[in-house]
Write a protein that binds this ligand. Structure first.
Ligand code: GTP
Ligand code: MG
Length: 138
């Protein structure tokens, strides 16, 4: 059984979509084994998205991620990393498949409602950044 890290981004919490998104994840076969609301500082957002720091949209990304509450979560399930990304849909909602979270809820490529780890190493790092083992209850 695999674990992945998931975020419900400020554009979605602001629109009161936390429950709707969790429902899509649960119906997609994933289980929430840890969850909390955080308001990221700019420094948190810069650190979290450091791999993108040279990209032209970095400033906008950091602004968006520190503009309101984010729900950080650990999801568990069979092939959880790939499954979560499948349920999320493509980064750009105009390219996301029908029925995916981003197709249904995202506003734009910048305000795309959810994040999911892209590989086992990043899942491990991202989970460890936000949660202690004691906070993860399977
Ligand atoms: P995450 O799960 O958030 O990491 O999304 P991803 O893995 O599908 O995309 P990626 O890691 O390439 O980009 C991280 C985030 O940066 C995306 O989720 C977007 O919110 C944002 N982003 C990526 N490309 C663009 C872009 O061209 N313009 C803007 N404004 N934001 C972008
Ligand atoms: Mg990514």
């Amino acid at each position: 059984i695999e674990r992945t890290f998931s975020m419900i981004k400020p554009d979605a919490t602001r629109r009161n979509l936390t429950g709707a998104i969790v429902k899509m994840l649960e119906e997609g076969g994933l289980r929430v084994v840890a969850s909390k609301r955080v308001w990221m500082s700019k420094r948190d957002a810069e650190g979290f998205y450091a791999v993108h720091k040279e990209r032209p949209f970095f400033g906008e990304l950091v602004e968006g991620m520190s503009s309101g509450p984010t729900v950080v979560q650990v999801l568990e399930g069979e092939n959880a990393i790939a499954r979560n990304r499948e349920l999320m849909g493509a980064t750009n909602p105009t390219q996301a498949a029908d029925g995916t979270i981003r197709k249904v809820h995202a506003l734009s490529i910048g305000e795309n409602s959810v994040h999911g780890s892209d590989a086992p190493e990043t899942a491990k790092e991202e989970i460890a950044y936000w949660f202690s083992e004691l906070e993860i209850v399977g």
